[in-house]
Design a protein around this ligand. Sequence first.
Ligand code: ZN
Length: 237
Amino acid sequence: MDSTQPLRPQSERGTFDLIPETYGRSVAGTALEVFLPPQKPIQYLLLAAHHGDEPETTVLLSTALRSILPAQLASAVVLAVNPDALARGTRGNLNGVDLNRNFPTKDWSPAPVHHRWHQDSDPRAVALSPGSAPLSEPENQALVALVKRLQPKMIVTFHAPLACVDDPADTPLGRLLSDMTGLPHVADVGYATPGSFGTWAQEQGQPLITFELGHESIRDQRTRLEPAVLALLRGEI
Ligand SMILES: [Zn+2]
């Protein structure tokens, strides 16, 4: 990794130097945006806010993206896979669908999806829908088309708050991200996730790592995680 590359002057990091491309529309008609590197092929596809109640994933990726020089960008970046939910603070999209249970996998299930309302000790009591059918949601339809078009060598999808690098294929990149961040390297999150994006990617032969942020403040996590995110953005690892 070349950590000697210059960063953008801090005074300029308030805004984006790159203009994102629209790759689809959400349920509410919101533009689904991807930042693309100037040169091709791309290294990684980095995704934040597939769940709208995980805004720290967007902040982490956004601040890192605004810290590098535009010409250094080697990966594609989606700051909000689920922008309507991010704007409203909900986990699911405007149809009440958990987008991470809506992919056309062998194990997709029409059963409701439950998650915790508050702490990890709470029962999984809040119900969302997995969608009326696999890939029923426009945000996921657009994402699948984007993945097929870009064919990244790895997808890194950011979630919270399990604090781990979920790398079912046990890849060198997953181990390196774990080493760089101190987050444990795990092979699964310990519960069934029918219709998940990760399972879909696995069935497609598309490498994918889930990068789970933890419980600390976003400021503390930025300090610890940003070097790894900068390296992913610049394709240095
Ligand atoms: Zn999530």
